[in-house]
Ligand binder design. Structure first.
Ligand SMILES: [Zn+2]
Length: 254
């Protein structure tokens, strides 16, 4: 770049340089906002994912309770069959007892019946306990089902809110991208390339101010030569330490 002689030319160059820095700063602000909004979008998506995972886990637990109840029902059924068998045996013995002739046979069968009756009442007790436990399990299943339903309605609300948020964010991003292309159109290829390169390497912070001769990107002192260069407003000025594009803060200008 050749600087033409004449004060007027230099001033207009300086003005165009300031304008270029201004465009770069606006561009950076837009890019920072876009990045933040993209982050928000991701974060909101995680919220839904997290809730869905929680519900999935609860449903799994609910299914396990269901299985537990099923096998419990089966076991209770087996015990009830045992009880029926026992009752049948006792009934048979009673009929036999009526046809008995001797006292010896009578007392033997009576003993046998006594043993079976004891088994029977043990079984009845067991079944009663199982029924109580079964009712408890059903209650637990019921309240768990309600919990899952509640969580699901919460998820629905969350999904609706997130959907609305995402739409809003998406619109904001679209607007910002429109603005962004307006600003990039104002920049020359050289400045744009420098900017893009820095954004990709410096955590999106490509344009930084110089305050009290210190670069606000890396907080290293800049040389007087750099200040002179910035005051002259010639080419794009880079920090010698971090390589970012520098500009003078309004207060330190003039
Ligand atoms: Zn620096």
């Amino acid at each position: 770049m050749v600087i033409q002689s004449g004060a007027g030319k230099i001033i207009s160059r300086k003005e165009s340089m300031n304008e270029r820095i201004e465009v770069l700063r606006r561009l950076q602000s837009i890019d920072t906002n876009i990045k933040r909004l993209e982050g928000d979008k991701l974060y909101r998506g995680y919220d839904v994912q997290k809730k869905q995972n929680q519900i999935q886990q609860k449903k799994q637990e609910l299914a396990e309770i269901g299985e537990e109840i099923k096998s419990f029902q089966k076991n209770t059924g087996i015990k009830e069959l045992d009880l029926k068998t026992k009752e049948g045996e006792i009934e048979k013995l009673r009929i036999q007892m009526n046809q008995i002739k001797t006292n010896k046979e009578y007392s033997a069968i009576k003993n046998e019946i006594g043993g079976k009756e004891a088994d029977k009442s043990l079984l009845e007790e067991e079944i009663l306990m199982m029924i109580t436990k079964y009712e408890e399990m059903q209650q637990r299943q019921g309240s768990f089902k309600k919990e899952v339903e509640h969580e699901e309605s919460q998820l629905k609300g969350l999904q609706d809110r997130v959907k609305a948020d995402l739409e809003k964010t998406e619109n904001e991003i679209t607007e910002l991208k429109k603005k962004r292309s307006e600003f990039t159109a104002k920049l020359d290829q050289d400045a744009l390339q420098h900017y893009k390169r820095l954004v990709s390497h410096k955590d999106a912070l490509a344009v930084v101010s110089v305050v009290n001769m210190v670069c606000q990107g890396c907080f290293m002192a800049v040389t007087a030569q750099i200040i002179n260069q910035l005051m002259a407003g010639k080419d794009i000025t880079f920090c010698h330490s971090c390589g970012r594009i520098l500009y003078l803060e309004d207060s330190s200008e003039n």
